[in-house]
Design a protein around this ligand. Structure first.
Ligand SMILES: [Zn+2]
Length: 286
């Protein structure tokens, strides 16, 4: 009998809110969110930086990831479900090769597979990319976004299980409705704890250190725990309330030329993803 009944994959492009979505799902008592679980293959590889080889919250001493045995009989998700007692796993690895391989494997073993195809306005994705990797041009970031979104759409069309689209912007502006819908797709009863993802115990590999910095610090070990953040990222997240906030920094930060470069490469594709809902005024908010 398989303990891991359901393997959920969050596909799409990076910088689209998958860490936040993963933390929300992983707050559910039946769900374990492993972050970018593919990074577990680097555990024994000392050529990779340590931060890529450890739980982002616990550091190297993690009760979930340490000495996890994966072999020909026990796949990664089964191993995680057995260890955590949570039958549903979530993996936010974006690599299509990995998603293809792992979803086929667990599907063949009788687990339900769900692909959550996460998207975000491409202009926001490129703006985040430029913030993190300023040495690459806006055109390069736009090309990467387009190629990843097109590749994920093609993969979704041949995915063996259920595919559900979800937008970052709807997750943060209507979290309860969005998470209720996703629970239904996954086969879970909605649990209100999912609306408070930063108070839960989590063990992600990889992912957005800024979003992870919002997690309550009680779980973090003094030594070797959570990956530190600095610079503008630290400024942004230290002022961030521990709740859902729509990040529209791109509207202030993306230079006009970068926006024009983005439109030339990915404007047509972004028509389906653009989030042009006006921000509420302070009066409307209250
Ligand atoms: Zn951990």
């Amino acid at each position: 009998m398989r303990t891991n009944t359901t393997a959920v994959f969050i596909g799409g492009a990076g910088h689209s809110g998958s860490t936040l979505l993963g933390l929300c799902l992983g707050s559910h008592p039946q769900v374990f969110y492993g972050g970018e679980a593919r990074k577990s293959i680097f555990f024994g590889n000392e050529k990779k930086p340590l931060r890529k080889r450890m739980c982002k919250v616990c550091g190297p001493e993690c009760k979930v990831w340490n000495h996890l045995v994966v072999n020909d009989e026990i796949d990664l998700y089964e191993a995680l479900s057995v260890r955590t007692g949570r039958p549903v796993t979530v993996d936010s690895t974006k690599s299509l090769e990995w998603l293809e391989q792992q979803s086929a494997l667990v599907h063949a073993r009788g687990a339900k597979t769900v692909l959550l195809f996460l998207s975000r306005d491409g202009r926001a994705v490129v703006s985040s990319g430029l913030r993190k990797y300023p040495e690459e041009s806006a055109t390069e970031h736009a090309q990467k976004w387009r190629s990843q979104m097109e590749g994920t759409a093609a993969f979704a069309a041949r995915f063996p299980g259920t595919v559900e689209r979800v937008r970052y912007e709807e997750l943060v502006t209507a979290p309860e409705a969005t998470l209720r819908r996703l629970c239904e797709v996954i086969g879970l009863a909605f649990d209100p704890v999912m609306l408070d993802p930063f108070s839960s115990e989590q063990h992600p590999l990889g992912g957005n250190a800024g979003t992870q910095s919002l997690l309550q610090k009680t779980q973090t070990k003094a030594e070797g725990g959570s990956v530190p953040i600095s610079g503008s990222k630290k400024d942004y997240y230290s002022a961030h309330p521990k709740t859902f906030v729509l990040d529209l920094r791109w509207k202030r930060e993306l230079p006009a030329q970068a926006l024009a470069d983005f439109e030339a490469v990915a404007g047509a594709l972004n028509a389906a993803y653009a989030w042009d809902v006006a921000e509420p005024t302070p009066e409307e908010r209250s």
